[in-house]
Design a protein around this ligand. Structure first.
Ligand code: PMP
Length: 435
C-alpha cells in the first residue's frame, strides 16, 4: 500500500500550525538550539522529537505540564503509559524520600526487593520474577531465557510490534535492533501465522507479542489469534512471551488475566516501578529457575541497578497503595468512556478519525473503517496526525504526535470532557481536511 499523500490544503494548514507553534515558544526554541549543540538533533529519546522542535517542560504537577515558555497543558500522554500516578503524587514523593534516607546504592540484597517481587508475582500470576532497569532489558532477557531454555535460536515477533529500543519491528526491523534471527509473524493473522510457526517450529525458541499493540496503535489481539498462539506454542515447545510493559495496566492482573490466556513468560515495566526506571520479566518456574545462582551452570543476569532501593520502595507503595485493583478498574472505565465519546464525535461529524484502544490507553488514527492489524494504520496521513497534535497543544492538551494517549490517575472525567471538546474544535477548524 502507498503512503497516504497529504493534500496541499493539509500541508498548508500544517505549515501554518507549525509557524504558530514556533512563534509562541521563543524560550523553547532557544533551549532546543542549545540542545542541538550537544545532542544529535537536540534529542536523547527519539519518540519525543516533534517538528519544528519539541515541547520542553519546565515543571509538572498532578495532571498539568508547564513548558519553558509558560504554557500549561493537560498531560494526556502520561509518559507513554508509565506516568500513571500523575506528577509529584505526595505518596510517591514520601516513599522516594524514605528510600533516599535509608540508602540508595547498597550493593546488597534488601527487603524492598523481596516485597516488590511478592507484590508483582501475586498480582501478575508469575511463579518467579527478576527485575531489570527497563522494559527493553526485560524483553531482551525473556527472549534470551527462552533461547537457553529451548536450545533453539529463532524468535518470532510480529510485524508492527514494539518491545524496546533494540526490539523494534514497525516499518520493518530497526537497524539498531539486537541481531536476533527473526521470523516475522502477522498480528491477528491466524492462519498465516499458524503456517509460519509450523514451518519454523524446530528452530523457534519464542514468540513475543503484546496482547494489545500499544505503541503500534492500540490494536487489540483477537481471542482467536491468541488462542492459536497458545495452542501452537504449547504443542511445539515454543516459549510464549507476552510483553505486558504497557498492557498490564489494563486490568488488575494484566491483560492476559483479563483475556484468560497465560503465556509462559511476561515482561513488565513502566508504571510498576512507581515512575522510577523499571523492568521485570517472569513466569514459569521451570524457565526462571535457569537463573538460580545456587544451581550449576546458572544463567547470569547482571544489572547494577536491578534492585535499586528507590525503584523497589516506590514501586511497592505505588502498586499496593495507589494503583490498587480498584483504582485500576476505575481508571480503565474512564478511558473506555473517553474512547467511546471520541468515536461518537467522529461518527456525528462523519470525519475520517477513529479512536482505537482499551481502557486507559487509546490512539486516534486519521482514518475510518476496521482496524485489526498494524498494516491497516501504517499508511495513514502523518501530516493529519501532526496537525491534531499541534491543534490540541494550542488548546492546552498534550498527547503523543502519533495520536497515542494514556490516562493518569490525576485525569478526571471533567478533563476527559475537555479533551473531547478540544478534539471537536479541531474537527470544526479542519473539517474539510478530515472528510
Ligand atoms: N515494551 C513495550 C510494549 C513498550 O511500550 C516499551 C516502552 N515504550 C518497552 C517494551 C520498552 O520499555 P523501556 O522504554 O522501559 O525500555
Amino acid at each position: 500500500m502507498q503512503e497516504h499523500l497529504s493534500s496541499p490544503a493539509t500541508e498548508a494548514a500544517l505549515h501554518d500550525a507549525m509557524a504558530a507553534f514556533a512563534a509562541a515558544r521563543p524560550m523553547t526554541k532557544a533551549l532546543h538550539d542549545r540542545a542541538t549543540e550537544v545532542m544529535p538533533g537536540g534529542n536523547t529519546r527519539t519518540v519525543l522529537f516533534t517538528a519544528p522542535f519539541p515541547v520542553r517542560v519546565e515543571k509538572a504537577q498532578g495532571s498539568q505540564l508547564t513548558d519553558v515558555d509558560g504554557h500549561s497543558y493537560l498531560d494526556l500522554l502520561g509518559e507513554y503509559s508509565a506516568g500513571i500516578y500523575g506528577h509529584s503524587h505526595p505518596r510517591i514523593l514520601s516513599a522516594a524520600h524514605a528510600a533516599l534516607a535509608k540508602g540508595l546504592n547498597l550493593g546488597a540484597h534488601h527487603e524492598e526487593e523481596v516485597k516488590l517481587a511478592e507484590v508483582v508475582t501475586k498480582r501478575f500470576n508469575l511463579d518467579l520474577v527478576r527485575f531489570t532497569n527497563s522494559g527493553t532489558e526485560a524483553n531482551m532477557m525473556a527472549l534470551a531465557a527462552a533461547r537457553c531454555f529451548t536450545g533453539r535460536k529463532k524468535i518470532m515477533p510480529m510485524h508492527g510490534g514494539y518491545h524496546g529500543g533494540t526490539l523494534y519491528f514497525s516499518h520493518g526491523a530497526s537497524p539498531v535492533n539486537a541481531p536476533f534471527d527473526c521470523v516475522m509473524g502477522h498480528y491477528n493473522d491466524v492462519e498465516g501465522t499458524r503456517a509460519l510457526i509450523a514451518e519454523h517450529a524446530d528452530d523457534l525458541a519464542a514468540i513475543i507479542l503484546e496482547p494489545m499493540l500499544g505503541g503500534g496503535g492500540c490494536i487489540p489481539a483477537s481471542m482467536e489469534f491468541l488462542t492459536m498462539l497458545r495452542d501452537e506454542t504449547a504443542k511445539r515447545g515454543i516459549v510464549l512471551i507476552f510483553d505486558e510493559v504497557m498492557t498490564s495496566r489494563l486490568h488488575p492482573g494484566g491483560l492476559s488475566a483479563k483475556l484468560g490466556i497465560e503465556p509462559d513468560l511476561k515482561a513488565l515495566g513502566k508504571y510498576v516501578g512507581g515512575g522510577m526506571s523499571f523492568g521485570a520479566f517472569g513466569g514459569k518456574r521451570v524457565i526462571m529457575d535457569l537463573f538460580d545462582p545456587t544451581k550449576p551452570n546458572a544463567l547470569p543476569h547482571a544489572g547494577t541497578f536491578n534492585n535499586n532501593t528507590l525503584t523497589m520502595t516506590v514501586g511497592n507503595v505505588a502498586m499496593t497503595e495507589i494503583y490498587t485493583p480498584e483504582a485500576c478498574v476505575e481508571l480503565n472505565a474512564r478511558g473506555d468512556r473517553l474512547r467511546n465519546a471520541l468515536n461518537d464525535l467522529f461518527m456525528l461529524y462523519q470525519v475520517k478519525m477513529k479512536a482505537m484502544g482499551q481502557g486507559s490507553m487509546l490512539t486516534i488514527h486519521p482514518m475510518s473503517g476496521d482496524v485489526t492489524s498494524p498494516d491497516d494504520v501504517e499508511h495513514t496521513d502523518k501530516n493529519l496526525k501532526q496537525l491534531l497534535f499541534l491543534d490540541l497543544l494550542e488548546q492546552g492538551v498534550y498527547i503523543a504526535e502519533r495520536g497515542f494517549m494514556a490516562l493518569s490517575l490525576m485525569v478526571t472525567d471533567a478533563d476527559c470532557d475537555r479533551v473531547v471538546g478540544a478534539v471537536e474544535q479541531h474537527i470544526n477548524k479542519r473539517r474539510e481536511l478530515l472528510v
